[in-house]
Design a protein around this ligand. Sequence first.
Ligand code: HEC
Ligand code: HEC
Length: 425
Amino acid sequence: MKIRKKLILITLGATSVMSTFVLADESFNNSLPVVVDSTSSSTELTPAAKFVEALTGFDNITNGYISQDDFNTGKALFEKRKSVGDGLGPFYNAESCSDCHQGPVTGAGSQVSVLRAGSFNDGVFTPPPGGGSLVTDRTIDANLQVHIDDSLNVRTLRMSTNALGDGFVEAIADQTLLDIAASQAATRGAIKGQAILVPILEAPGKTRVGRFGTKDQHASLLSFSGDASRNELGITNALVSTESTPNGVDGSQFDAVAEPEDIDSSFINSIADFMRATKAPEPDHDLANTPDAIAGEALFDKVGCDSCHVETITTAPTGTVLSPTFKVPEALGNKIIHPFSDFLLHDVGTNDGIVQNGGAETRNKVRTSPLWGLRTHTRLLHDGSALTLDEAIRAHSGEASQVVKKYKALSDNDEAKLLSFLKSL
Ligand code: HEC
Ligand code: HEC
């Protein structure tokens, strides 16, 4: 059995990475992080603090952040089909979060895609008139249907990504992601992941390093809940309080429910807590422990896939302040996770052309897809354009060119081993 499948306890200072603690999130107070070496007597952490493997499983059981009852309530709201009477629309993509985030269980990803568009002229990306690049596919009245035309020369689909285990991802200190970016810049040649600071909607004026969504457009699951609630369901809320006007279409006269439709924020708070309480995707242990998959994992590292698809990251210590309303809870703090992502933006030649929170240079960059839970996906890459693992890997170019060259040079036998490792994730 391989080490990452075991419950392991690593005491403070066991490795250089783990001996440094960020007690305050630097982007939260916009000053340098307070970094305390574990040997320092001034540390606020108890010497007994340990790193523990994060819980994994597709079992609808809380990771301990909230009670099972509250988990069930949040899950039920995540699955609840909204109606026009609840405020659904006027523009929307689906009736519930789980319409797009389900498989094998609620909170995961799915084969459902959404439409994004904009224009790129004279080197500048501009979203369609009326706001964001998301062009909703459905409306509550046929007369409101939104269409795009050829004047929007950037047009792309975007697959629904997994949110299981994202509470652990939220609990990664900004500094950890910045350190990964710095190590790539120092040693990895063409590979230079970009971290972007994005607003925390529930803490106006505050930012953190983005880690959620294809463009790293959010750092907070509560922010993502407010954004998705309004953009995907048309349910306005305290964080995003006006209805969207996709491609400039105004639907206000069709909207009978007063803003904000999630009047007491109970919807966005519960679904955010539900996602924070989900366990991380679980690998197929039987497959992972076959000789082929074990050899394949070594090849994955050897050819350099792990430069971006980082296997192991630890979350910030329990109690780390992430925003004025959220500290890393015990269930999510000091955890070892295996996301197989650096959560940074890269140009690997799969160019989606969209700019969100990251500025013009992120136009052709996307987040390194976390490979945890890969075995539950059929349509690969941000737009679902690759339908086999080999196709997805060969589609990487740009920053990943050298690594993919090494992948292509593998013998058929070694390639099969690497793929069998990927199939276990
Ligand atoms: C119509 C499909 C659709 C619906 C409905 C939907 N989403 Fe998503 N979701 C997506 C897509 C597509 C992404 C990919 C990320 C992006 O847009 O960059 C995503 C990404 C996410 C992520 C980021 C996961 C990650 O780590 O990448 C979270 C969190 C999330 N959605 C939460 C929600 C919540 C909460 C709801 C309900 C209020 C919801 N979504 C409804 C399509 C959907
Ligand atoms: C320079 C960073 C980088 C390197 C090196 C890299 N990847 Fe990726 N990988 C990415 C990014 C970014 C994406 C998302 C691309 C997209 O969706 O357009 C991705 C996507 C993927 C996907 C699709 C996952 C999904 O759910 O859609 C697979 C599979 C994958 N990579 C495997 C590999 C393997 C195997 C290697 C080594 C041969 C590798 N990658 C090397 C950055 C990298």
